[in-house]
Design a protein around this ligand. Structure first.
Ligand code: A3P
Length: 341
C-alpha cells in the first residue's frame, strides 16, 4: 500500500479532541483532562494566554496537553514506527521533508514529487494530534512529535524497537524563531509578547514543550544509550553538510543510499528538493494555511522564515547572548553535548 497519506488538517485534530469525532479512548482522555487541568501550575503563554505545566513540561492547555495524555494512555506503537522528534522551531518542517523524501525516494520522481504540491506538514502527521487515524496507517508509519523523550510511554521507548530522529538547534536561534512565529499566531485580543518577555520565559523554561535544554538532553542521552534507536541531529550540521546528514539519515532508517544512487546524485536531489530556497519558493508553501484551531490559522510560509544559522544573535543584546550561553553551558555540563556558538 502507498504510505503517502496526507495528514488530517488541524480542523480534524481539534474536532477530535472536542468530541465531534469521538471514541471511547478519546472520551476517557478528555475526562481525565478535565479532572487534572484546574490543578496544574500556569505560566504565561506565547501563542495562547497560558501554558500549563504537566509532568515538568510546559504545554498549551488544550490540544498539546490532551495529545500528550492520549499518547501516554492509549497510543499503540508498532516496532516499525519512525518518529521525527523536535522542540518547536528547531527544523521540524525541514526534517519532515528530508525524511519523507529519503524514505520514498524510489516511489516518487523528483519532477512530480508530492513535496512540490504538498506542504511538509501535510506529508506526515503529528503523533499527538490525530488519535483516531493512526491505526489505519500502513507500516512503517512515519510520524512526528514534540513530546520530550522522558515523557514518552515505555511502550514506545523500551518495549518496542521504534526509531527516533531528533533535531536540535542553537537555543538563541530557537528562541528568536519561536518568538517571531508565536507572535504571528497570537490572537489580536492579546498584546504581543516583547522579546524581553519571551527571553525571560524561555530562560525559565516556560515555552511550549520547555524547558528547551531538558528536551534536548532527554533525546541526547537516549541517543548515547541506544544509538540504534535514536539518531541525534543538529540543525547547524544539516545546514553545513546536508548531503552527509541525509546519508546518515538513510542508513539509520534502514534505507542506505547505494553507490549507484550516490553516483546518480540522488542524495543531492533530495537536498535540493528540501532546501529552504526551493521549499520557500513553492506556491503551496507560500500561499496555503494550516488551521491549528478555529481561532488560530497559520500561513505555511511562516514555517519557512529565514533558515539561517546564527540569526538569533542579530535580535538579542550582548547581555542576553551571554546569559543564554551561560545557561546552556551549565545545563549541558558533563553531557558531552555542545552548541558551537
Ligand atoms: P527561522 O525562523 O530561524 O528562519 P520548525 O519547522 O521546527 O517550526 O522550525 C522552523 C525553522 O526552521 C525556521 O527558522 C525555518 O525558516 C527553518 N526551516 C524550515 N524549513 C527549512 C529548510 N528547508 N531549510 C532550512 N531551514 C528551514
Amino acid at each position: 500500500m502507498d504510505s503517502f497519506l496526507p495528514s488530517p488538517d488541524c480542523d480534524t485534530i481539534s474536532k477530535t479532541y472536542n468530541g465531534q469525532i469521538d471514541s471511547h479512548l478519546v472520551q476517557k482522555t478528555n475526562e481525565r483532562y478535565r479532572e487534572i487541568l484546574p490543578n496544574l501550575p500556569r505560566g504565561k503563554g506565547w501563542m495562547t494566554e497560558h501554558l500549563v505545566q504537566y509532568q515538568g513540561v510546559w504545554l498549551t492547555p488544550n490540544a498539546a496537553l490532551k495529545g500528550l495524555m492520549w499518547v501516554q494512555g492509549h497510543f499503540k506503537p508498532r516496532s516499525t514506527d519512525i518518529f521525527l522528534a523536535s522542540f518547536p522551531k528547531t527544523g521540524t518542517t525541514w526534517l519532515k521533508a528530508l525524511t519523507f523524501a529519503t524514505i520514498n525516494r524510489t516511489r516518487y520522481g523528483f519532477a512530480d514529487h508530492p513535496l512540490l504540491t504538498t506542504v511538509p506538514h501535510g506529508c506526515l502527521p503529528f503523533l499527538e494530534a490525530c488519535p483516531n487515524d493512526l491505526d489505519g496507517f500502513p507500516s512503517p508509519r512515519l510520524l512526528s512529535t514534540h513530546i520530550p523523550y522522558t515523557l514518552l510511554p515505555n511502550s514506545m521507548t523500551v518495549n518496542q524497537s521504534c526509531r527516533f530522529v531528533y533535531i536540535c538547534r542553537d537555543p538563541k536561534d530557537v528562541l528568536v524563531s519561536k518568538w517571531l512565529f508565536m507572535n504571528k499566531l497570537r490572537p489580536k485580543e492579546l498584546a504581543p509578547i516583547s522579546l524581553e518577555e519571551a527571553f525571560e520565559l524561555f530562560c525559565q523554561g516556560i515555552s511550549h514543550y520547555g524547558p528547551y535544554w531538558d528536551h534536548v538532553l532527554g533525546y541526547w542521552k537516549a541517543s548515547l544509550e541506544t544509538p540504534e534507536q535514536v539518531l541525534f541531529l543538529k540543525y547547524e550540521e544539516l545546514r553545513g553538510e546536508p548531503s552527509v546528514v541525509v546519508k546518515r539519515l538513510g542508513e539509520f532508517l534502514g534505507h542506505p543510499f547505494s553507490l549507484e544512487e550516490e553516483s546518480k546524485g540522488v542524495v543531492e536531489e533530495i537536498v535540493k528538493l528540501c532546501s529552504f530556497e526551493n521549499l520557500s519558493n513553492l506556491g503551496v508553501n507560500k500561499s496555503s494555511v494550516l488551521k491549528l484551531s478555529t481561532q488560530i490559522i497559520v500561513d505555511n510560509r511562516h514555517f519557512l522564515r529565514k533558515g539561517k544559522v546564527g540569526d538569533g544573535k542579530s535580535y538579542l543584546t550582548d547581555e542576553m547572548i551571554k546569559r543564554i550561553n551561560e545557561i546552556t553551558s551549565e545545563k549541558l555540563l558533563g553531557s558531552g553535548l555542545v552548541f558551537d556558538s
